[in-house]
Design a protein around this ligand. Sequence first.
Ligand code: 5GP
Length: 176
Amino acid sequence: MKERVEVLISAADVDKRVAQMAEEIGRDYAGKEIFMICILKGSVIFMSELAKKLNHEVTFNFMKVSSYGNSTESCGRIKIDMDLDEHIKGKDVLIIEDIVDTGRTLKHLKDLLSLREPASLKLCTLLDKPDRRVADVEADYTGFVIPDDFVVGYGLDYAQRYRNLDYIGVLRFDEE
Ligand code: 5GP
């Protein structure tokens, strides 16, 4: 089987949309410092690009979560591999995700972080695959709604590869 990546969203379109999202977020958080939480590793590029376009005070924070299992599909349970190193009580927290698929990751994170009493807690995702939603969760900011395909690029990987593509592509497998 040979892998190839088909362009789904061009670099120019991603860049334009991220700029629009930064503008909207900047307006909503006027006068507030945003405690951004990047969900490693897939959201690194998205958070960096979004933050660069935000004319706003932000802090960078990181969490790593994993779902049990090893396929391209996440299963039910979520494990915190790396937690925040700061308290979020009273802070305006914005979770930055690369993609919402079943929604289990975001639902779990949202429930967990709400218990820590932030002043506000919102979700921002670059991509959304609503067809596969299982958990009752919706992002406050969504870049693109996409069909149920496995995508890579702009931080998203397949076996740790393709994260550095500047566009979003669909991974295809061809018979050799
Ligand atoms: P959820 O808990 O919403 O099912 O899964 C979210 C996580 O699954 C994402 O943060 C990402 O790591 C992974 N994921 C879901 N769909 C895709 C996809 O199309 N491509 C890649 N590379 N990862 C995905």
